[in-house]
Design a binder for this molecule. Sequence first.
Ligand code: T1G
Length: 697
Amino acid sequence: MSDAIAYELVGDIAVLAAQNPPVNALGEPVRTGLMEGIERAEMDGAKAVMIYGEGATYFAGADIREFGKPPKGPALPDVCDRIEASPLIVVSSMHGTALGGGLEVALSSHYRIAVPKARVGLPEVLIGIMPGAGGTQRLPRLIGSEKSIDVITTGRQVGAKEALELGILDRVEDGDPREIGLAYTKELLEKGAERRAVSEMPSPPGIDFDAAYEAVLQKGRGQLSPAVALRGVQAAAELPFKEGMKRERELFMELMNTDQRQGLIHAFFSERAVSKLPELKGVEPRPVSQIGVIGGGTMGAGIATSALLAGLSVTMLEMSPEAAEAARGRIEGNLGGALKRGKISQAQFEEITQKALTLTTDYEGLKDVDLVIEAVFEEMDVKKDVFRKLDSVCKPGAVLATNTSYLNVDEIAAVTKRPEDVIGLHYFSPAHVMKLLEIVVADKTAIDVVATGFALGKRMGKISVRAGVCDGFIGNRILATYRTAADHMILDGASPYQIDKALEAFGFAMGPFAVADLAGLDIGWAVRKRKRAEGLDPNARDSSYADKLCEAGHFGQKTGKGYYDYSAGAKARVPNPEVMPLIEAERKEQGITPKDFTDEEIVRRYMAAMVNESAKVVGEGIARRPLDVDMTLLFGYGFPRYYGGPLKWADIQGLDGLLADIKRYAEEDPHFWQPAPLLEELVAEGRTFDDLNKAAG
Ligand code: T1G
């Protein structure tokens, strides 16, 4: 008997307990154990079988680590069919998260009970595939086509209460999953309940599947799995069960062979691996329960909101009572959003705003905090002044963090007597919504301060990425490069509107110029002025058309005009007629004869610039691994998740082709298109970025 499923006969009931921590994934030993357990129960003359999970959860799905490897042991659809076909009554008792193949095992049982906190779902589309063990055939027979399309194409988790109302569960009862499972099975036996095979239930009525398919495809913004999964639900309505299962298998294998499956599974494992650094193994973070935030503007208020929602107490320091009150207003506005979305209750809102949040205008108010995050004006002298004051006020061992988005954290640390306590915590606006946190480790930052940063990030629900010190750290440095590639294409003949459209067709929610309008064109203007003041390389291409747009007072959405004219609303995407004349004048001034770009060429250049800079960032050790760059771009810059990130995308495209493109582009502009040494090395050795991820452990 496989030890992944424990077998025990309790009276007439055979109990099968999953023992495969941490999530009872349905790996080969578990599937074999289930097959053996059902057979043994029948041999033992049991009257019923009760299946449940030991530890954190009922089965949380197939073992994703098996994908792409040769199949071993019984296939899950066969295990489900064997469970359902048993002449004994089979009951599943669920807790934790019964997801994917886990829910499919439960659906092949004859009765389903769960504890109130249990959640069920078919999240396969989130990793680029679809239910492949009967979920698209059994669920619609229980809850109908439309509700199945919602559950399956969103991959959302369904709470026990809703699952009961939908008809997925037969009963919800508090208690220990084993106990409530046994009690319910006994009750069914006493009542003489019959086996109840879902596959023998009638097919659900059909709907306009083609219209539903189009709607789901549109919403997926290029992601295939939700729409393909919907065709599985359609098969349940139109075909007998066995044919429907064959159709499900065909569609499942179609998705299993897509690049998007590789990209989404890379994202799944990488978002967990990115915050696990070998150097932090066994390092104790410093205890943090009270934090200080300096500066209550959009960023500071967002950071304070995120910390308050994570159960920390926050002292907000502003320069005047009025500014402090304005900060309180922003924080309460953010919390009001959480209240409206049901993330917090009214009582929690009051507790947070009346007790956990303290305002002060005096640095003394920070003398007892465990950690301070400074979010003041992005100006080095201003930040240095703040850190001198913190150095004199904060208690020994307090962590002193800067939220700077590009300034040199070593330089800031150097003005304190405790550089080992200084770190960068770069949040992304709005800080209580965006999941990315760049943890910028300066030369002298102590290892337990790094561990403290990661512990704080985890507590705030962030995806934390370790970054080294350079201009723009990981994300903004790479952004600056691919944005420059877009600007060069404008000078050479493409329009901002064509570039936005091409990149939105590639999968970005918004193209770079629409994003710039949203963030504010004055930000890019300030960066260009700073870089010119620092001294531009004479070989670097520069342009002034965007500065002229700002000089005319057009900062994007916040002023009503930027690349687009927002008088008809943001969605209308009406080009601002003042833009193209500025661009045409610039081309003439620079003696450029504009050329046509295909959308494909636009995407290729844009991505080549992104990949090349990403390879430099990894090669220089600013990012620990390629997956760190992938997670930064996914969680901070809207990179389409189904590609897995720019470096996963590059691996799938083929690094040799990308390097060849870069070398070709370098013939026109050798300064901008200098191939990354790491990219050249990988191509020469026939290795991939994923090889580096694996080598990093
Ligand atoms: N397979 C393999 N490993 C898994 C796994 C899985 N399904 N789920 C989690 N892990 C690992 C995870 O990588 C981490 O490892 C550890 O378990 C704890 O996970 C036929 C084909 C269940 C809600 O998509 O959503 O069924 O980092 O940190 O926050 O139709 O894990 O410790 O080494 O996420 O408590 C469908 C995916 C599969 C569920 C728990 N199922 N998992 O969250 O812990 S496809 C899923 C989750 C399928 C069938 C198809 C979450 C969780 P490590 P964790 P958590």
